[in-house]
Structures are given as structure tokens and as C-alpha cells.
Design a binder for this molecule. Sequence first.
Ligand code: HEC
Ligand code: HEC
Length: 192
Amino acid sequence: MQWWRPLALGLAAVALSAGCGLAQTMTFAERVTMCSACHGEDGNSKLENIPSLAGQPAFFVLNQLFLMREGVRKVETMAPIVKDLKDGDLDALSKHFAGLAPKRSDEKIDPVLAKRGEEIATARRCVSCHAPNLVGADQIPRIAKQRIDFMIKSMKAYRDNPPPGADTAMSANVIGASDADLVALAHYAASK
Ligand code: HEC
Ligand code: HEC
């Protein structure tokens, strides 16, 4: 799918809701459709650098949405969407995405890189926080089956320039990792 199509859809939805004051009156299903324009119809993203949400721990999603609504984690394209959501909306959206089944992305997973990534992940004890099989828990995200491009981008950010609101526990874990190590780790997590 071309990247601009869902983006345009998402932005159109935002413009519509902002223009007509619909944000308050949107139904839950309409909200989910808006999120899905970017994050994938079944919560599994098909778009570059946009994370999948399917199967994320509900508390992780809730926490991130809260940080975005309060302007701590800055995601430009999402800011207008989350700004008027009530706590109950955040909660319902989190539970919805947590309940969807995660699927591998259609990016090409290199088995050699994945194998190398597994060794690095073992040495760096990623499972000590991301849980066995990397499925996440509480405020810690699932990285199993996450998109490769998004994981590389976010790990580089944790390593080089942790964004506001980012958990420092994560940054400490990628210090000293080379770009090649991060690529291998992403292929491994995506393959799970
Ligand atoms: C216009 C596209 C777009 C729309 C619409 C959108 N998002 Fe996002 N979302 C993004 C992008 C891009 C990121 C990743 C930002 C980054 O690189 O940190 C993101 C990140 C997230 C994250 C953090 C996930 C993680 O693994 O770090 C959550 C949770 C999230 N979005 C939930 C939602 C929900 C719920 C909705 C609907 C209310 C929604 N998004 C609508 C583009 C969008
Ligand atoms: C000490 C606990 C801890 C360890 C160990 C850890 N992480 Fe994390 N990781 C986190 C937390 C917490 C977050 C969420 C960060 C936030 O809220 O800003 C995270 C976020 C991530 C993300 C972004 C996912 C998303 O959806 O936004 C990736 C990718 C990631 N970790 C990969 C790894 C890899 C690979 C390893 C092993 C090299 C690792 N982590 C080790 C705690 C940890």
C-alpha cells in the first residue's frame, strides 16, 4: 500500500473531527478506524516506521497514549488525534489493540541476521524486561513480530538521542550496540 493513502485518510479523519467538533462525539468504532488507517486494519502495520499495536500489553498502550495526550511523548501525526480523548477512551482503545492477534510484518526477515540477533539478545538479556518470547508485560512493549524498520528507528533513538518520555531503562540496554547489532536484534524480534 502506498504510504500516503492511510496517512491522508488519517489526516482527513482528524481534519473532519477537528472542523466539525466531532472528536467528542465519534463512536468507538470510528476512532478505531482512524487509528487503523495508520496502524493497520487488524492492528498489524503495513506502513514504514509505524508500529503494530496488535497484542501489545494494554497497559503499555495506555501509558503511551497518556504520554502523548499530555505532550510528553511527541508524535506529530498523532497529537491532534489524542488530545481530546478522555481517560475512558484511552482505556478502551488500549484493550481493543491488546486483544488483537499479532502477525509478522511482510518485511523480509533475514534468518542469518535473526540468528545473530538472538545471540546479542541473549547476551544483553532483552527477555529480562521484554519477557520470554519478547511478548512484553505491563509498561514494557511486545517486540515479537514488531516491524523491523520501526524497531531499528526506535532503538537508534534510545541509544543516540532518547526522546522526551522515553524510559531510561531501555536506553541503558542499547548503549554500545553498533548499528549492525540493532539491525540484527530487530530481525530477531520480528522473527519471533
Ligand atoms: C497518521 C498516522 C497515525 C494515526 C492515525 C495514529 N497513529 Fe499511532 N503512531 C503513529 C506513528 C508514526 C507512531 C510511531 C511514532 C514514533 O516513531 O515514535 C505511532 C505510535 C503509536 C503508539 C506507540 C506504539 C509503540 O510501540 O511505541 C501507540 C500506542 C499508538 N500509536 C496508538 C494509536 C491509537 C490508539 C490511534 C488512534 C486513536 C493512533 N495511534 C492513530 C501514527 C499514527
Ligand atoms: C531494563 C529493562 C529493558 C531491557 C533489558 C530491554 N528493554 Fe527494550 N524497552 C524497555 C522499556 C521499558 C521500553 C518502553 C520504553 C518507553 O516507554 O519509552 C522498551 C522499548 C523497546 C523498544 C521499542 C518498542 C516499541 O514498541 O516502542 C524496542 C525495539 C526494544 N525495547 C528492544 C529491546 C531489545 C532488542 C533489548 C535487548 C537488547 C531490550 N529492548 C532490552 C525495557 C527494556
